[in-house]
Design a protein around this ligand. Structure first.
Ligand code: NAD
Ligand code: GLY
Length: 386
């Protein structure tokens, strides 16, 4: 692990029904792992769960860390979205049995959102639940999936359809991991960062407007500030509504369209954050036509999203096909498609059910690039396959 710059490590408390936990965030968070894990114990064994890809990049650099916390066994599994299924959970649990992991074992999930969701669900179900520590290594995992206790896997019928709310005992968020993240993965995570500004944190949004270029260069200080702000925002939301019975739904801003885009393109065209970016632009258009948000607020959101970089183009599907894909989402109720819509930067509300005609109009507007007249080159770069 490269040496940490002299930046502070922050402790954020996340409340959960079955026990609150800390998220330690900042450069150097990982260097505190030994002491922090000791405080949670004792454990009969520490089992590190990761993917071959993450371990290949980080395994050697983490030797001191692994020895420090006494990792007994390393269990690697494929972290492609296609492998996020029950078969992988079964294989992990069987390996844990063979390694002698008992009820007082600690599982340490090192990786992106896929590793965290799969390892988290394994921790929730193995011997009816063993302790879990998340060490997230992507932007998405650091600002979103490692916080809040959602774990789970996909079924052939859809994403994240089997899972559990299973809070970790600790989350160690060290932005140094992001130095090796491929550019497209990194940018995709930034859309989720923008989401926090748009839904609950107008000051974060202004900071992003000012410092986006630094963030795109992965400036350590900016990155540390932004990540810890996102974690605090997520912690506030999930501490109030762990089981998504109200407030937590705001985190789904942009996700109604995003999930439809992902399923319409068979999960091949978009990284999740990119689909969320289109989803937020779509919601901005809907919010404006529903007279919820002023065009100046909508323009700020769309501009910031587009500054992050090019988005893969939208699929050429009709509004009827789009609506049908949206209805299949697990968040629709009685076949009605629900949206989180924006009022202004930093304020959204949940449970909006626009008419089919309104959705169709916003879709056509998006497809025709009529929102803000953004440059064609942003969506039609030859790098993106249709
Ligand atoms: P990911 O886990 O697929 O990781 C992306 C790629 O980056 C992988 O190939 C991985 O091996 C690699 N990688 C990870 N860390 C790296 C590093 N430091 N350096 C280089 N490469 C690295 O992608 P993701 O965006 O982190 O997570 C997406 C998943 O998270 C989805 O399955 C989504 O459903 C889930 N998710 C869950 C929640 C939740 O609340 N539980 C929230 C958001 C997303
Ligand atoms: N990523 C959405 C949530 O945690 O609820």
């Amino acid at each position: 692990m490269p040496a940490a710059d002299k930046l502070t490590v922050e402790r954020v408390l996340v409340r959960a029904r079955s026990g609150s936990y800390d998220a330690l965030c900042g450069q150097g968070a990982l260097d505190r792992a030994h002491r922090e894990v000791q405080r949670l114990g004792p454990f009969t064994g520490v089992f590190l769960l990761s993917s071959p890809r993450v371990w290949k990049i980080w395994g050697r650099k983490l030797r001191t860390f692994s020895q420090g916390i006494g990792v007994q066994e390393i269990v690697l599994f494929d972290d492609r979205e296609a492998s996020k299924h029950l078969g992988t959970v079964e294989s992990i649990c069987r390996q844990l049995i063979r390694c002698g992991a008992d009820r007082r074992a600690l599982l340490l999930a090192l990786g992106g959102g896929v590793v965290g969701d799969v390892a988290g669900f394994a921790a929730a179900s193995y011997l009816r639940g063993v302790s879990l520590v998340h060490v997230p290594t992507t932007v998405v995992a650091q600002v979103d999936s490692a916080i809040g206790g959602k774990t789970g896997v996909n079924l052939p019928e859809g994403k994240n359809l089997v899972g559990a709310f299973y809070p970790p005992r600790l989350v160690l968020v060290d932005p140094r991991f992001l130095r090796t993240l491929p550019d497209r993965e990194y940018r995709s995570g930034l859309y989720e960062v923008i989401k926090y500004g748009a839904i609950v944190d107008p000051a974060l949004f202004s900071l992003l407007e000012r410092d986006l270029d630094k963030l795109l260069r992965r400036d350590p200080r900016t990155l540390a500030t932004v990540i810890s702000r996102c974690i605090r925002a997520k912690a506030r939301v999930v501490s109030c509504d762990e089981r998504e019975s109200g407030l937590r739904e705001i985190l789904n801003f942009g996700h109604t369209l995003a999930h439809a885009l992902e399923s319409l393109t068979r999960y091949r065209r978009y990284l999740h954050g990119e689909a969320v970016a289109w989803g937020m632009i779509f919601c901005a258009a809907l919010s404006e036509t529903s007279s919820l948000a002023r065009s100046t607020e909508v323009a700020r959101l769309v501009r910031l999203i587009l500054r992050v970089g090019p988005l893969p183009p939208l699929p050429r599907v009709s509004a009827a096909e789009l609506l049908s894909a949206m209805r299949a989402d697990k968040k629709s109720r009685r076949g009605r498609v629900r949206f989180v819509l924006a009022h202004k930067i930093g304020k959204v509300s949940v449970g909006h059910e626009p008419t089919n005609a309104q959705v169709a109009r916003a879709w056509v507007r998006l497809q025709e690039d009529r929102l803000l007249n953004w440059p064609k080159s942003l969506t039609s770069s030859p790098r993106w396959r249709a």
